[in-house]
Design a protein around this ligand. Sequence first.
Ligand code: IVH
Length: 670
Amino acid sequence: MNKETASERIEYLCKEIEHHNYRYYVLADPQISDFDFDQLLNELIHLEILFPELVNDNSPSQRIGGQITKEFTTVKHKYPMLSLGNTYSEEELAEFDSRVRKLIPGEEVHYVCELKFDGVAIGISYINGVLRQAVTRGDGVQGDDVTTNVKTIRSIPLKLNKNNFPNEFEMRGEIILTHAIFEKINADRIEIGESPFANPRNSAAGSLKMQDSSEVAKRKLDCFFYALYTDDLKATTHSDALNAASNWGFKISEHRKLCNNLEEVMNYIHYWDKHRDDLPFDIDGVVIKVNSYRQQEELGFTAKSPRWAISYKFKAESSSTKLLSVVYQVGRTGAITPVANLKPVLLAGTTVRRASLHNADQIEKLDLHLEDTVFVEKGGEIIPKITGVDFSKRKSDAAVVVFPEVCPECGSKLQRVDGEAQHYCPNEDACPPQIKGKMEHFTNRKAMNIDGLGIETIELLYRENIIHTIADIYSIRKEQILNLERMGEKSAVNILDGIEKSKEIPFERVLFAIGIRYVGDTVAKKLARHFGSIDSIIKATSEQLIEAPEIGEKIAWSVRQFFDNPDKLLLINRLKEAGLHFSISEDSANAKLSDKLKGQTIVVTGSFEQYSREELKQMIEQHGGKNGSSVSKKTNYLLVGSDAGPSKTEKASEMGVKVISENEFLELIS
Ligand code: IVH
C-alpha cells in the first residue's frame, strides 16, 4: 500500500472506529460486533505501524494508551472551575429558590435538575472539534494536564464529526467508574495483595493520575458531561447547550430534567433519593441550575460559587446496629482483614450483616468494643462501613476489640511491615487458608487455567493430604482422584488433562501464578519481558529489579523476599521438573526480529509519541541491541523522547554519543 492510499484508509478507519465507539460507549447501542470492531482497530494500528508519520494525535489507537507521564504539568484554567454551594435540607433549597426570584423579580425561573455524579471533575478543551487538552480541577484556578490518560476513555470524543460547534469551547464533566468495573478492579487488587480502593471515586481519581496510560485504559473509566463553556455561545439556555453538546457526540446523562418550579425540583430530588441505588454508578446528590443564561449572568457569583446553582446532597444512608463479633480473614498472601459481624439491619434497600474494618488502625480509631451499638453507613461505598460508635449505649463491662497477635488460622505470630496498615501471617507454607488460596490462585483462569481444579476439588485434595504445595499438583495420580468423594472417571481425566495442558502456559503467566506478593499479571509480564527467565530474576539484585520498567521498591523487595527463601527455590525446581515454562518462549514478545542493532548499546530516556519506553526497550532487544541504563563510553545511541531531562543529553554530547529521535530509531530498525 502506498502512502496516499494508506492515508485515506487511516482517515476512513479513524472515523468509522470513533463512530462505533460513540454507538457503544455513549449511546449504549452498538451497530457492530466486538469482533468486527477489533478488526477495524487492528487494521488501523497495523497501518499506523507501517506509516508512523500518518499517526494522528487524536487517532482512536491513542485510546489503548502507552504513553508514560512522569509528571503532570500544571495548567491554568481558562474558565475557573468553581464549586457549588450545597445543602442537605429542603428548607434551604426553598430559600435558594426565593433568593433567585428576589434577584430577578417578576420573571419566570426554570431550573435544570441533574444528577450530581460522584467522581472526579474534568475540563476538556476542543479546538475545531479536536480534543486539545484535559485538565483536572486542582484548586479551581489551575489543575493537572491529564490529556494522555483522558484520551483512553472511550466515551470521550477525540474528534467531533458534526460542524455546528464553536471553534473553541470547553466541556466540563465528571469522570466516574461504574460499580461493576470498580468491583473488578478491587477484586484484582486483593488478588495481588494490594489494599482495595475505598470507593469508585477514589479509584477513578487514582486511575487518572497513573503514569502509564495503557494501565489507565484498562481501568475503563467513563465520563458524564454537564456544562459547556465558550466565548462564542449560541445557546441561550443551559438545557439547549446540553442538547447541542449531546448532538456533537458528548455523553450527557439522560436523567437531566427541566423543571418549571420548586415543586418539580423537589419531586426530582425525592425520586433520585429513592432510586439512586438503581443506577450503575454513584451519585451523591442532585444539582439544580437556573436554565436561562441571561438570568445566570444577572445572578452572578459569590466569591466561591455561582448564585444560580446549588447542589442538594443526599444524606449518606446510615443506621445503627449491634456489633456481634469481629472475625479475621486470612488471604492467600497472608494479609489479615478484620470483618465485623453485625446484627442484620436494613440499609439502602439491602440487609447488612457484615462490614469491613480494613485493618488494626481502623479498629483502634473507632475504639471498638464488643456488643457496641455502631453506626453503619452506605454512602459512596459499596461495602458498608462502620463510621462510629454510640458510646451512650456501651455497657460498662464491654470488652475492647483487640487485634490478634497470632494468626486465627494457624497460630503464627503476625507481622506488620513498617509503614503498612496491614498485618500478615508469615506462615506461608503451613497456614491452611494461605495454602488453599495460593493453589486457587495458581489454577485460576488468568494464571495456569487448570480446568476442573476448582475451589472444592482443591479443598478435597488438600484435606486428603494429596496436595500441600502448588508443585504437588503435578504429581497427582488418577487413582488418588478416583478415591475422592463424588469423583468419577470423567472428572479425573478432565483434571489430569487440565494439569497436562497447563504445562504449555507461557512464562509470564507462570510467574504470575506462583503468587509473589504485589506481582499481578501486568507486573509479571513486565518482569518476564525484562529478564527473560526465572533464573535471571532469581539472580537479580533489588537494584537490578528496580531498573525494570515500572518496578518500584515495594515490588523489588517482595520479589527478593520470595526468591531468598530456599523453600521457594525448591518449589521452582519441582515446577521446572514438571515441565513448566520458566523462560520467555521463542515466539513470544522477545523473539529476535533482526540483527540490525547487533553490538549496539542504546539508552532510552523521556516519553515518546508512538511507543512506550518499555516497548522501545523491547524492540532494541528484538533487533539484537542492548539496553544501557546510563550514558557511558560504551553507549552508541541515546534515544530521546519529549520530556527527557537535560543531564543525559548533555552527557551524550560531551561523550560524542549520537542522540536520536523515536522516528530515527524506527528508521534504524526498519
Ligand atoms: S456544575 C459552577 N453539575 O460537583 C459549578 N457539577 O461542587 C459547576 N458535579 O466538583 C459545576 N455532577 O465536578 C455540576 N451535574 C453536575 C455535577 C457536578 C457532579 C461535581 C463537580 C464539582 C462539584 C461541584
